[in-house]
Design a protein around this ligand. Sequence first.
Ligand SMILES: C[S@@+](CC[C@H](N)C(=O)[O-])C[C@H]1O[C@@H](n2cnc3c(N)ncnc32)[C@H](O)[C@@H]1O
Length: 275
Amino acid sequence: MRTDLIVTTSHKPDAALAARAAGFAQELGCALAGRHAEGMPVVFGRYPEAQKALIVQSARLLLVDRVGHEVFFHPNLGALRLRNLLRGHPDYLQLAMQLVPGESVLDCTLGHAGEATLCAFLVGETGEVHGIEGSRELGIVTREGLRVFETENRIINAAMRRIQVVHLGHHLEFLKACPDKRYDVVYFDPFFDVAVDMTEETMGALKAFGDHSILTLEAITQAKRIARRLVVVKTARWSELLAELGITEFVGARHRRVVYGTLSVSDSEKSATEG
Ligand SMILES: C[S@@+](CC[C@H](N)C(=O)[O-])C[C@H]1O[C@@H](n2cnc3c(N)ncnc32)[C@H](O)[C@@H]1O
C-alpha cells in the first residue's frame, strides 16, 4: 500500500462523494482519510508519511501537497491553442504532426491533456487519442476532468470527451505491451530541465506532482515500433535530447524556445534497411 499519498474529501461530504473518494483510494492503493471538517494540516498530521493528498470535491478533484502546491484539471493553454486553431492560426504541434481526421495518436506524457485535446480535435470523431500519465494521481485528476469539465466552447468540450486515458504509470509499461503499428503518431512531451518560456511556467503546479523521468532511447525504440507514421518529441530548442534520441528533424518558430522533433517511421525504417 502507498503511504506517500492519501485520498480525502471536502469538509462535509455526502454519501456519494464519500463513496467516490473510497473508489479513488482503492484505485490508487492508498489510505482513505476521513475529513471530519478538519483543515488539511490536521489531516496530514494523522498520516506522517503522506506528502500529497487527493481531495475529492463535488465539482472537481484537487491534488495538494504539504508545501502548498495544488493542481486541478483545467484545459488552460490547450483550450487557448484550440481557439487559435479554430480562428485559422497555425499551431506548431499540427505543423509537426500533420494529423488528418480518422488518425490515431498515443500521447505518452498526458499531463493536463492540453495538447491531447488539440490532437482529438484534429483527428475528429472518427479518430482516436489515447493518453498515458506517469503520475497515477495526476492521471486520475486529468481523466475525471476530461470527462466533466465544461468550457463555453462545445468543440473543445467534445474534443476533451474523446480522449481516453489508457494507462496510469510509466509509458514504457504500456509501450512494451502494445502491438506493432497500433497508432499513427506517438507523442512525448517530458518535462524540460529548465523553464524556457510561458508554456513552461504554467507547468509549475504540474511539475510539483508529475513524473520527472528522463525520456529514454528504449521508449523511442518502442514508439518507432508501434507508430505507423511518426514519433514526435517536444523539447527545448537547445536541448541535447533530440540528438541523443537520434532525432534530427524538428519544427518550431524561430523566436520560440520550444521545438517539436519529428521522426518519420517510414524514413527510419528505410535507412535501417539501407544501413
Ligand atoms: C510537460 S507535461 C505534458 C503536458 C502536456 N503535453 C499537456 O499539454 O498538458 C509532462 C507530463 O508527462 C508526465 N510524464 C513524464 N514522464 C512520464 C513517463 N515516463 N510516463 C508517463 N508520463 C510521464 C508527467 O507526469 C507530466 O504530467
